[in-house]
Structure formats: C-alpha cells, structure tokens
Design a binder for this molecule. Structure first.
Ligand code: NAI
Length: 315
C-alpha cells in the first residue's frame, strides 16, 4: 500500500535525488518543474539510477525499482504538485528571488498543516520565508551531494518554525534512510559549508605561502585526514587519539591554540594562486574537458565507500 503524497518542486539534480529517497520508502511523489521537458528527463534518469542502485545492492527500502518508479507522477501545474501533499520539498535554483517567488505561490494554495521544506545550500530559512503567511511551517533540509551516497542532511529551522515541523522533517528523513543533523538556530553557511570553507581557507593560505603544493594538500586529505573522516569526525578522532577528550585537551590544547592563532584572515580565492591551483588540478584530474569522466571515477569510489560502510555497519 502506498503512503501519503509529497510534492517535489524542481526536477534537477537534487529534485531527482529527493524523489528517489521518498519513493524508496513508498511515498507517492508528484514532481513539478517550470520546464516540462525537465520532469520527463528526470523520470528517465531516475529509472536508470534505480536500476544501477539495485545492481550495486544499494537500493533503499523494500520495494522493487518497478514499484518505486510507479509512485512518481509528473505535472506541469504547481498547484497539482502541492495539492493534497503533507510535505513539499523545493529544489529550485539557489537564488533568493526564485525561491521566494515559488514559496509565495505555494503559501497561497496549501493547507496550514503542510510542511514547506527547502533544499537551499546557503540561503537562510528566515530570508526565504519571512513574507509567508505560513512561515511557521517552513524549514530547510539541505542534503549533501550525492544524497544517496552521503546521507547527512542539515535540518535548519527559522526562529518561527513550529516544533512539530522540525520533528516530522527529522522523522521523514530518517525513514527514507538519510541522517539528519539539526541546527539549533540558523547561521550563514549552515555547518557543513562552514567546516568545508574553513578547511579550504587554510589550504589556500598554505599554497599561497609556498609551504606545499595543491596536489600535496589534496594528498594530506585523501590519504590522511579523509581516511578517518569517512568513519568519524574530529571529536571522536581526538577522543581516540588520547585517553578521552579531557586528556586530549591537557596534552594538545595549548599547541592547537598556538597553531590556530597563526592562521591568517580570510582571503578571496583569485589571481595567480587560484590559477596555480587550477593548473595543478589539471595535472591531477585531467583538463576541464575530461571533468565528466573524472566525476564518474569519483562516483565509482563513493559508491564503493558507501557499500563498505553499509556492510561494516551490518557486521
Ligand atoms: P538544478 O539546476 O540541477 O535544478 C533546478 C531545477 O529547478 C531545474 O530543473 C529548473 O528547470 C527548475 N526550476 C527553475 N525555476 C523553477 C521554478 N520557478 N519552478 C519550478 N522549477 C524551477 O539545481 P540543483 O543542483 O538540483 O539545486 C537545487 C537546490 O538544491 C539549490 O538550492 C541548491 O543550492 C541545492 N543543493 C544543491 C546541491 C548540489 O550539489 N547540486 C547540494 C545540496 C543542495
């Protein structure tokens, strides 16, 4: 028996991923896009991805690809997309005016109990929802890309978001196999990108100052920190690297502070340093024309890692 309806607005990369996650748990999804041809391409792509996931043993839920696929309806009407849905996931481009425009329309036609969830990577939920009548039903559910292989999803309420919106969003994400992380309040860049950009900032300074090459920075991550970060974060790493965090603090806090105080201020990435990094990445990953091929290389590795983690968690 299929479950309630979810409306997905925008059928690009993330709209497709969310559709696949929701159907994996048996939800009926109505997919809308401003370009009708996009929803048709999305359906074709989703079908191919479902077959690949089945082959890899990474299909989520208990339904066959055929049964999951039957749960998707496409529409050329925004109204039809959201009508009768208990949850609406918006996946339109990352521009405040586009998101506000879409949500203003949806706000006028939905029931007061509907959850309005945005995939935004960096726009604050308060900025998108401040003008809405039902702004208390608004929340951000920001996935990591690609969501099927990297399940952490940031859940960011605005100060006016109802508690039940947060709770139901968390429950839904868990049900479809994601790993939600809730922010207690909104902050620029959320958490994932704040961490990512602090790493990038320091890596950039190390290259600019001639300490290390761009390839070697990437080696430190892929063959060093990244090896354990695929399984645990910096806190568990610290905890295990000493006899617990208190011991870690006694042993290393002064040293860490001294190094952190040595970091420079933020800097715009541009000019000769950025060109140097680009040149190095061309040598490492191939010229720009071959990026799609290198993405396939990356996705094969991510798939294998996701499978390894799944198998090890089962063991
Ligand atoms: P995309 O460009 O692949 O897809 C956007 C889709 O929205 C397109 O199909 C477009 O035709 C459609 N669209 C444009 N205006 C519309 C409107 N007014 N009504 C309905 N549909 C409309 O973009 P992508 O990558 O899927 O991103 C969507 C959102 O997800 C953005 O907010 C982005 O920041 C966020 N996000 C993206 C990630 C990524 O790695 N691509 C990761 C996590 C979040």
């Amino acid at each position: 028996m299929s479950k309630e309806k979810i409306g997905v607005i925008g059928s690009g990369l993330i709209g497709r991923s969310y559709t696949m996650l929701f159907i994996s748990a048996g939800y009926n999804v109505t997919l809308y896009d401003i370009l009708a041809e996009q929803t048709h391409a999305a359906k074709k792509d989703i079908w191919e991805q479902l077959k690949v996931l089945e082959k890899q043993g990474l299909l989520r839920g208990s339904l066959t690809p055929e049964k999951q696929f039957e749960l998707i309806t496409t529409t050329e009407s925004l109204e039809e997309c959201v009508h009768g849905a208990f949850f609406v996931q918006e996946c339109v481009p990352e521009r405040l005016e586009i998101k506000r425009n879409v949500w203003t329309k949806v706000d006028k036609i939905i029931d007061k109990s509907v959850i309005m969830s945005s995939s935004t990577s960096a726009l604050l939920p308060s900025a998108i929802s401040e003008g809405l009548e039902n702004k208390n039903r608004f929340i951000v559910s920001h996935p990591t890309n690609p969501p099927f292989y990297a399940p952490a999803t940031e859940v960011v309420p605005a100060s006016w978001t109802d508690a039940d919106v947060k709770e139901r969003t968390i429950a839904l994400l868990k049900e479809v196999g994601q790993v939600p992380v809730v922010l207690n309040k909104e902050i620029k860049g959320f958490v994932l990108n704040r961490i990512q950009y602090s790493i990038m900032g320091e890596c950039y300074r190390l290259i600019r100052d001639g300490i290390v090459s761009p390839q070697d920075v990437d080696t430190i991550m892929s063959q060093g920190l990244g090896m354990r970060y695929a399984f645990m974060g910096p806190w568990e790493t610290g905890y295990l690297n000493a006899n617990g965090m208190i011991h870690y603090g006694e042993a290393y806090s002064d040293m860490i502070l001294g190094i952190q105080q040595d970091f420079g201020p933020p800097e715009r990435m541009e000019g000769p340093t950025l060109e140097y990094i680009n040149e190095s990445m061309r040598k490492l990953a191939g010229p720009e024309e071959s990026i799609p091929k290198r993405r396939q290389w990356r996705d094969r590795r991510l798939t294998a890692l996701a499978k390894l983690k799944k198998d090890m968690d089962k063991a």
